[in-house]
Design a protein around this ligand. Sequence first.
Ligand code: TYM
Length: 335
Amino acid sequence: MNPSARPRVFSGIQPTGSPHLGNYLGALRNWVRLQDDHDAYYCIVDLHAMTMPWSPAELHARTLETSASLLSVGIDPEASVLFLQSHVPEHVELSWVLTCIARMGELRRMIQFKERSKGEGESVGVGLFAYPVLQAADVLLYRAHRVPVGEDQRQHIELMRDLAERFNAQFGDTLVVPEAYIRGPGARIMALDDPTQKMSKSAGRPTASILLTDDPGQITKKLKSAKTDSGTQVRAGEDKPELTNLLSIFSLVTGEPTESLEGRFQGRGYGDFKAQLAEAVAAHLTPLRERYEAALADPGELERILATGAKRASEVAADTMADVREAVGLRRPQA
Ligand code: TYM
């Protein structure tokens, strides 16, 4: 298909090093699926990583690790444009323009901001507050139609739609209003040690999440200690959030429907179930871990992929920004 006739997709991930199983099942798997019939832009959002306190050395290293992880899950740098946010300065420029039409009230309502700023009072960072505006700029810069993300990003996508509509109403039709692409039971994978919270690395509890780079030993250990209720029945249901989450993971990594798993584990107890689940997760992740290690062993190639991606992304970004500058009344430099 002619690439320009295909719908465009954009998504981003923070450079935390190895993604966790939630990132993978909620978002990255869809990124891979969509790259075949979409014009795909996938971005490692290193500037977003600076909205919480950070170590420069860690940011530097984690960015390359995250790039290797994206290749390991199947992002094909020929089929997709894979790049770093900071390599395309237009993200920041558009972010400023959008900041000037965004409202304090709408940013204050963001759930992620409320959660991350808890207890910070007046010392909460301005970057954290403006985070969703930069995220809006990421997507709007590419005039993307779809944004494959997990459920936790729905509100941020709503905000970027509002900003695009407001911009177009005020300055003329310039930006595409994107849609969230949130699919399936993987869209909200919960923490292994607390089914009321989403799986996340920022919780700082290693047993909450499985990383794509975990080896079979680590996977078994984490799943063995995963929280379960005091019953014995392996079944999904509103009254059994822990088992529901574990069954979803089992089903997503094997392709076996939840009902079939429930039948298979009837009367067999949690210990047996967790052991088999660990085996299935390890079998699924082992080839990813191997590809990750191979990719990371060749940093020169990773840098080359990111540089090519930045060049391709910059072409689109420059185009959109030229239209935005004109629309809002900024003057071009005259020779
Ligand atoms: P991040 O880096 O936290 O997560 C990357 C992707 O993984 C999804 N995800 C989950 N899905 C299911 N279950 C979970 N427990 C889970 N945890 C995370 C996220 O929804 C996301 O799709 N703000 C974004 C990054 C970003 C972005 C963008 C995304 C910046 N600019 C533009 C889309 C478009 C974030 O922090 O994702």
